[in-house]
Every structure is written in structure tokens, then in C-alpha cells.
Design a protein around this ligand. Structure first.
Ligand SMILES: C[S@@+](CC[C@H](N)C(=O)[O-])C[C@H]1O[C@@H](n2cnc3c(N)ncnc32)[C@H](O)[C@@H]1O
Length: 246
């Protein structure tokens, strides 16, 4: 499996994440964190640069984060030094059932573009959780892919620039893709890299079925906009909280 965030990690670490987590953390606090026992051991799946892991650790929770991208994990090591961190595929990891809660944020699970991979991720998370543990995650639904996904974005600085061009959502394949082109001046020379970020649009029914097959129940769904995540970040985004059954 190719970790497309490897090339993207420096940019992500500079610009992305803070705005999302400033809005997402109060939501997670309200729908999930307050329901956890003090000192709950938390697994952060697709933890990226560790911004959420750092916030959770600052609240006194022992956190383990995993991500497919070595470069994202390298930034997480400096952003969340108290967290345990490992490079692993959400669809292919195995950890003992020692965690009391799990989380996966910023539409990370939409990056699992094959339904069996999402199913495997839910199964692996369930296997790492004690019975009764709460899993919280957010995913983008069709509204997000049909509205702002296709919009372009560009950022130009003296020594780096980046453009993102989203392709129109393909309703037949359920796939959304965005092409990211980056230039960075390193040691006086410009370097170019191109990555394509691909996400799959799942329906709430597919997500709910997949969770049930993995051993989760008592699913709660919350529209991000209704919970105060303003603008494009919240549009078409749903937070889910599911309970690992006995
Ligand atoms: C949009 S970022 C979100 C990162 C982090 N959760 C956050 O909230 O800032 C998506 C992350 O998912 C990771 N990812 C994508 N596919 C993955 C997989 N199969 N297994 C583990 N991590 C994956 C990427 O490397 C990237 O760090």
C-alpha cells in the first residue's frame, strides 16, 4: 500500500489540522470524551501528525497513534511526544485488547477506498478494544463530495507552493480524487512532488452495517454542522460514536 501522505506531510504539518481540531475537539469532548473513564487508554487510528493525540495526552489520557505514513508519524513524534506511535495500516494491524476507547478523525476512514479495507479496519479496532469501549470517528458523506470537494486551492510562498485540484465526484464508482502538486525549495533547489488523494464515499447504511459486522452497536450519528463545525469543514461531515459490544 502506498502512503500518499508521505510527500504531503510537511505541508500538512505546516498548515492543516489546527483549524479542524479546534472545531472537532469540543465536539469529540461533548459526544465521546466525557463518556470515557478517567485515564482511559485511547487508540488514535490514522493519527496523522498527532494533533489530536497531543490534545488527548494533555487531558491525561494515555494515547497510542497509528498511521500508514512514516512521514506523518515522524511529525507526530514531535507534536505528541507523550503518545506511543506506530507506522501501520488501519486495514492490517493487530493489537491486543487493552484499549478503552478509539478515535479516527478528519475523514481518515474515507481514505480506505475499498469496502473490505474499511471492514478490516473496524474489525482490527474492535479487536484492540475492551468490551463496552467507545469508538468515535468522522466521515464525509455524499453532500461533501458533491459540493466543495471539486474546488481548487492554491497557496504560494517564497520557498514553497501547493495546488489542489479536486476531480468531480464519480457517483458510479463512489470515488473522489484530488490532485496535489507541490514545489519546495530545499538547499537552493526546487523539488516537485505530485500526489493524488483518493477517498471513497460511504453511505451511513454501509458504515453502520460494517460496524455491526465488526462487533459494534449502539451507533449514534451527529451532523458536524449541527454541532457547530462551521463552513466547508462541517458540510457533509458526520461524527459517529459506536460501542464495542461484549
Ligand atoms: C486527513 S489525514 C487525518 C490525520 C489525523 N487523523 C488528523 O485528524 O489530523 C488522513 C490520514 O490517514 C492516513 N491513512 C490513510 N490511509 C491509511 C491506512 N490505510 N492506514 C493508516 N493510516 C492511513 C494518512 O496517512 C493521513 O495521515
Amino acid at each position: 500500500m502506498v502512503a500518499c501522505y508521505d510527500d504531503f506531510a510537511w505541508f500538512y504539518n505546516l498548515y492543516w489540522g489546527e483549524e479542524f481540531h479546534s472545531a472537532a475537539f469540543p465536539i469529540l469532548d461533548r459526544i465521546w470524551l466525557r463518556r470515557l473513564p478517567p485515564g482511559a487508554r485511547i487508540l488514535d487510528v490514522c493519527c496523522g501528525t498527532g494533533l489530536l493525540a497531543a490534545r488527548l495526552a494533555a487531558r491525561g489520557f494515555p494515547v497510542t497513534g497509528l498511521d500508514l505514513s512514516e512521514e506523518m508519524i515522524a511529525f507526530a513524534r514531535s507534536n505528541a511526544p507523550a503518545a506511543g506511535l506506530l507506522v501501520a495500516d488501519a486495514a492490517g494491524f493487530g493489537l491486543p485488547a487493552v484499549f478503552d476507547a478509539a478515535v479516527s478523525t478528519f475523514d481518515s476512514l474515507n481514505h480506505l477506498t475499498e469496502p473490505p479495507a474499511l471492514q478490516a479496519a473496524f474489525r482490527n479496532i474492535a479487536a484492540a478494544l475492551r468490551p463496552g469501549s467507545l469508538l468515535a470517528f468522522d466521515m464525509l458523506l455524499e453532500e461533501a463530495y458533491r459540493t466543495h470537494w471539486g474546488e481548487s486551492f492554491a497557496l504560494v510562498r517564497d520557498d514553497h507552493l501547493l495546488t489542489i485540484t479536486g476531480a468531480a465526484f464519480d457517483a458510479r464508482s463512489r470515488m473522489a480524487r484530488a490532485k496535489v502538486t507541490m514545489f519546495r525549495r530545499l538547499d537552493g533547489a526546487w523539488q516537485r512532488s505530485d500526489v493524488t488523494v483518493a477517498e471513497r464515499c460511504y453511505s451511513v447504511e454501509e458504515i453502520s452495517r460494517s460496524l455491526a459486522l465488526a462487533g459494534f452497536g449502539e451507533l449514534l450519528c451527529y451532523d458536524a454542522g449541527d454541532l457547530g463545525m462551521a463552513g466547508q469543514l462541517g458540510q457533509g461531515r458526520t461524527f459517529f460514536v459506536a460501542t464495542k459490544l461484549d
